[in-house]
Ligand binder design. Sequence first.
Ligand SMILES: Nc1ncnc2c1ncn2[C@@H]1O[C@H](COP(=O)(O)OP(=O)(O)OP(=O)(O)O)[C@@H](O)[C@H]1O
Ligand SMILES: [Mg+2]
Length: 302
Amino acid sequence: MTAGSASIDLSGLLLFRRGKVRDTYDLGDRLLMVATDRLSAFDVVLPTLIPGKGVVLTQLSRFWFDLTRGLISNHLITADVSLFPAELLPHTKLLAGRSMIVHKAERIDIECVVRAYLAGSAWEEYRRSGQVAGEVLPDGLSQGSRLSAPIFTPAAKNDEGHDVNITLADLRALVGPALAARLEEASRDIFNVASDLALQRGIILADTKFEFGIVDGNLVLIDELLTPDSSRFWDATSSEAGQDPPSFDKQFVRDWLVASGWDRQPPGPDLPQEVVEGTRARYLEAYERLTGSPLPAEVMDC
Ligand SMILES: Nc1ncnc2c1ncn2[C@@H]1O[C@H](COP(=O)(O)OP(=O)(O)OP(=O)(O)O)[C@@H](O)[C@H]1O
Ligand SMILES: [Mg+2]
């Protein structure tokens, strides 16, 4: 495992954006997206790294981009460091396994969320208003209830703060009716393919978010795809499925954090070695279950 994956210093490169987990660099008409080993819990980035987590995230996105390419094109150019531009050669060891070169898109500033279960902010909205994204849902649903059919609940992206849930009418007003319809259709199509596949492997895809952009005049899928950081994955065999437990990759570390008495304000506590190991094992398990094969050791160790 390479060192320094908390904040990978690629000196000489122009930072495009540093998120909670990923560092993205500007290569002109392309971006270099690097998933670090940072972990955020309760919206706080913890001081302890989970070795290999960034590799798992990148390889999962890559798996889903390949699988859904027939439904919609995506921004991925390559995740193979041997094909990266020469200017990145000095950083090969840091980048291998955890990074992708993608087309820089004109981003559509909408998070396209599809939900099959009532969890997270949708549950909060339903509890307040009986509606989600402007659609009235049946009475009597509880936290984590399965919806009769998946719903599309867009949110306006806000790079400085929390995204804001909007209605379908708002979406049409923002991007026009034709693009709004395409975003919804593409999101639902990808969701259906992914949730069917996940369920065959004992995992419920409770909800996930997609981002889209325009490259050379065409609509493409961008950002990360169907990773534990952008999706709620529940273990279908767990008795808690359907009660809005945390995504199964995070449950273990969250249980430890709650038991530690941490007040959820930054900075978070250092994680003990066994919690690091347990969390890493769960990310690897998520990869193996979703893709049907273990992450090859040479990818994990590169
Ligand atoms: N192909 C692309 N072209 C242009 N922008 C992109 C592309 N793919 C992803 N993005 C944008 O790059 C940024 C990646 O940031 P990242 O996800 O690391 O952090 P964040 O979204 O700001 O915060 P968080 O850590 O909460 O996700 C996002 O703003 C995303 O919309
Ligand atoms: Mg993001």
